[in-house]
Design a protein around this ligand. Structure first.
Ligand code: FAD
Length: 466
């Protein structure tokens, strides 16, 4: 009997889609080519990077902050293999969790590379070359993304690494050069700086974190510099040469000019990710892609071929796990005849550095470009009681609200735990809240979240503690 749905790929998009479809009564199969379930996010993305960020943050805190809090431990010692074990245990627990959920929801799993042979047929080639054919009424492509390569630069995952190699280095590089000042470059750059590397970040554009609110970018760039990171903005890497256990990197101003070179021990190439569709048979199935190799879908995640859908990093939109998950739920609900929907105006984005950087909704630049009149309410953590008590006063909350209606259009937070705090803003925006609604909501004291309330009050120039 054919399946109602076969999902190709078990990352956050695919596994969540499969579970939701099974909850809705569908007979579901998942195809995964890798050894473990969970995709990029669980194996070589969100989870291992956050484990290393957590451990390295505590390591740095133990070295620099404990003393100030009356805790005498002496200089902490790094046990890198131990830290990697901690990271691997986090990954293991999560990927096993997905396997458990598949079983619990009676989802059949097929190990091997899936290829769409026809609209209702997926061929799975497993490790020993055996081919199995699965028939299904609907196919969801959730094959995710892969590292973008720099032309002419070979990634060996030892000296020249992608994010995957940077999550598993066997020693702390004395000097690390990061190409790309996006989320992944700054997060992994932070990990290795905390563990002892000198970190130089090269960025083609004139700012870090392109796409984020520029006020936020300016301020966090200064914070990262104070922590010891060096930025080479408006610069491009023109060549990389390996010399023994060193790598020589040639740099040039983006606009042209005098070249310079650096000798470093490891280079991290983190210039973005590209949709992964290799071997999927999209051409033979007739599934259309755009000029960035993303599968083209309509508002219901349907491709141009009836019965074939796509979600997650392989389609347009922010390459984020929670975006992929919400699309997985939406497509499963649509297939079950329900009204699946994703609100792309309210997708939070978090950079898990210290301080964390989190945003949801529009930036000031986007509002200006759209000609929308807005008010700004900003509140610094230097005026927040809990932040002062914890000596964690870096950062601020900034709320952008419609000048006429007071509706919240964007929230940007820089600070300890910003990633957790942004969820409140997302809920408020999903409910169409005005800044006044947040301002009148009782927030627990003493917490960092009071800064969100104060920023909402500041929209109307009536913050209390400032
Ligand atoms: C270092 C790093 C840190 C990140 N941190 C975060 C974060 O903190 N928060 C966040 O939201 N996002 C983060 N991301 C991004 C996040 O990992 C992706 O957005 C997310 O994994 C996309 O989910 P997906 O289901 O679309 O694809 P993926 O997770 O990429 O999963 C795709 C799966 O499909 C499988 N597959 C591909 N082709 C086939 C085939 N033909 N047959 C069978 N299986 C196939 C792959 O093996 C893979 O398991 C991070 C990414 C990286 C690299």
């Amino acid at each position: 009997m054919p399946y109602d749905l076969v999902v190709i790929g078990s990352g956050p998009g695919g596994y969540v889609c499969a579970i939701r479809a099974a909850q809705l009564g569908m007979k579901v199969a998942v195809v995964e080519k890798d050894k473990t379930f969970g995709g990029t996010c669980l194996n070589v993305g969100c989870i291992p990077s956050k484990a290393l960020l957590h451990a390295s943050e505590l390591y740095e805190e133990a070295g620099h902050m404990f003393d100030k809090m009356g805790i005498k431990l002496g200089q902490p010692k790094l046990d890198l293999p131990g830290m990697m074990k901690f990271k691997d245990a986090g990954v293991d627990g999560n990927v096993k969790g997905v396997a458990f959920l598949f079983k619990k929801n009676k989802i059949d799993t097929f190990r091997g590379a899936g290829r769409i042979a026809a609209a209702a047929k997926v061929e799975v080639t497993n490790g020993d070359g055996r081919i199995e054919t699965i028939e299904a009424k609907a196919i969801v492509i959730a094959t995710g993304s892969d590292v973008t390569r720099l032309p002419g630069v070979e990634i060996d995952e030892r000296r020249v690494v992608s994010s995957t190699g940077a999550l598993s280095l066997d020693g702390v590089p004395q000097r690390l050069l990061v190409i790309g000042a996006g989320v992944i470059g700054l997060e992994l750059g932070s990990v290795w700086r905390r563990l002892g590397s000198e970190v130089i970040v090269v960025e083609l554009l004139d700012r870090i974190l392109p796409g984020m609110d520029s006020d936020v970018c300016r301020q966090v760039a200064r914070m990262f510099e104070r922590q010891g990171m060096t930025f080479k903005l408006s610069s491009k890497v023109t060549g990389i040469e390996r010399a023994g256990n060193r790598v020589k990197v040639m740099l040039e101003p983006a606009a042209g000019g005098t070249a310079e070179s650096f000798e470093v021990h490891v280079v991290l190439v983190s210039i973005g990710r590209v949709p992964f569709t290799e071997g999927l048979g999209l051409e033979t199935a007739g599934v259309k892609t755009d000029n960035k190799r993303r599968v083209i879908v309509d508002a219901r995640f349907a491709t141009n071929v009836p019965g074939i859908y796509a979600i997650g990093d392989v389609i347009a939109g922010p390459m984020l796990a929670h975006k992929a998950m919400d699309e997985g739920v939406a497509v499963a609900e649509t297939l079950a005849g329900e009204a699946g929907h994703v609100n792309y105006d309210v997708i939070p984005n978090v950079v898990y550095t210290y301080p964390e950087i989190a945003s949801v909704g529009k930036s000031e630049e986007e509002l200006k470009q759209a000609g929308i009149a807005y008010k700004v309410g900003k509140f610094p953590f230097t005026a927040n009681g809990r932040a002062k008590a914890n000596l964690q006063t870096e950062g601020f909350v900034k709320i952008l609200a419609d000048a006429k209606t007071d509706r919240v259009l964007g929230v940007h937070i820089v600070g300890a735990d910003a990633g957790n705090m942004i969820a409140e803003a997302a809920v408020a925006m999903e409910f169409g809240a005005a800044a006044e609604d947040i301002a009148r909501t009782c927030h627990p004291h003493p917490t960092f979240t009071e800064a969100v309330k104060e920023a909402a009050l500041a929209v109307d120039n009536r913050a209390i503690h400032m």
